[in-house]
Ligand binder design. Sequence first.
Ligand code: SF4
Length: 430
Amino acid sequence: MTYRIYTFGCQMNEHDSENLAFNLEKMGYEKAGEKIPDLFIINSCAVREKAVQKLYTMIGRAKEWTKKGTILGIIGCVSQVEREKLIRRFPHISFVLGPGSYSYIKETVEKAKRGEKVVLTRWDNNWWETKGSVRIKPAVAYVNIMEGCDKFCTYCIVPFTRGREKYRPLSLVLDEVKRAVDKGFKEIQLLGQNVDSWRWEEYKFWNLLDRVRRIKGIKWIRFITSHPKDFSEEIINIMAEGEPISPYVHLPLQSGSNGVLKRMKRGYTREEYLKITAEIRERVRNSSIGTDVIVGFSGETYKDFLQTIDVLKKVEFDNLYSFNYSPRPLTYALRFLADDVSKEEKTRRLRQLQELQSKIQLGKNKRFIGKTVEVLATGRSAKDEKAFMGRDATFRVINFKYNGNPIGKILRINIKEAGPHSLIGEVADE
Ligand code: SF4
């Protein structure tokens, strides 16, 4: 029996797929490789309309396989929202599981094999009980610390797909990190929709970082995603103390206009955002800041947009994920705020934003030429199949050639060339 999992979306989804793969392998399933799988699971993402359209296309294509006997299951955020509707629209789907129901995979697959349709979207009380993971990335271990979100930003579907915030107990997080380090993983990525709101008994997120960094053998500890409203002074203090806490932070801005931030219900102002990022720049050595921006949200004028441009210039982000606004089901914005910026205008603003960011990134990356950086090699280069890639402390992608297999090693790389999105270097020594 063979399986294949296709994953859309964020690291949370990737990690859910890793956990699911572990359970499937315990059930006797093996990876299908290039063959048509006996079980095909698509882990869906509902955050943007584009990903949902791609999901529908993939479900449509999978029909050919189901005719040959493949069982098709849809999991992830779209499952939680669409539930039975998915099976009504695509009757060749055998089961739909929401993010809180993955522990029922065994019973679900057995029922599907008997020809029953299954739709399950309730939250299992022991959602945090990760039995194990088939890690997708060599050397990088994802460790979930929380799930869900209480913020209810007006544009965001996550509180409806992942539910309210739930925190994973400290001891379980530490145990999983220790197991990963014992297996040789050098980078730990602590995951959650709002990692900095994690708490357990008297512990806060910075205490968790402090406990994790005491585990010997970790090169970098990263955490994704942070919310500016919860990003405390204590977190900056601990980042300022350096490795193994990575100097990289992903801190979504979404908009640089106070009016838009208010309509988004983000809970901070541009001034507060600028204050936090200035402090990170000042206190954390080699700090690196990534962000997300939504362009063309309800009521965004060109003047508002220029406020976002202004924040980009001031902070000089090290990376940026930017998107046109698209209303999502169930959200406040869909019901009460007009989607009143035209598609053409959104695209024009997005292009302007990305062109500026590209210049900023190129300028910053060029400053690395001639420097030697430590890189954790994680795979083949996406640019050159004869080369490998990895990331440095600042989360930059570095491509390099290597005789043999460097994956999982930490290498010193001399940086020779820089583009806006990645660097090219040569191994300095071993
Ligand atoms: S903080 Fe806002 S954008 Fe982030 S997951 Fe929660 S509701 Fe969505």
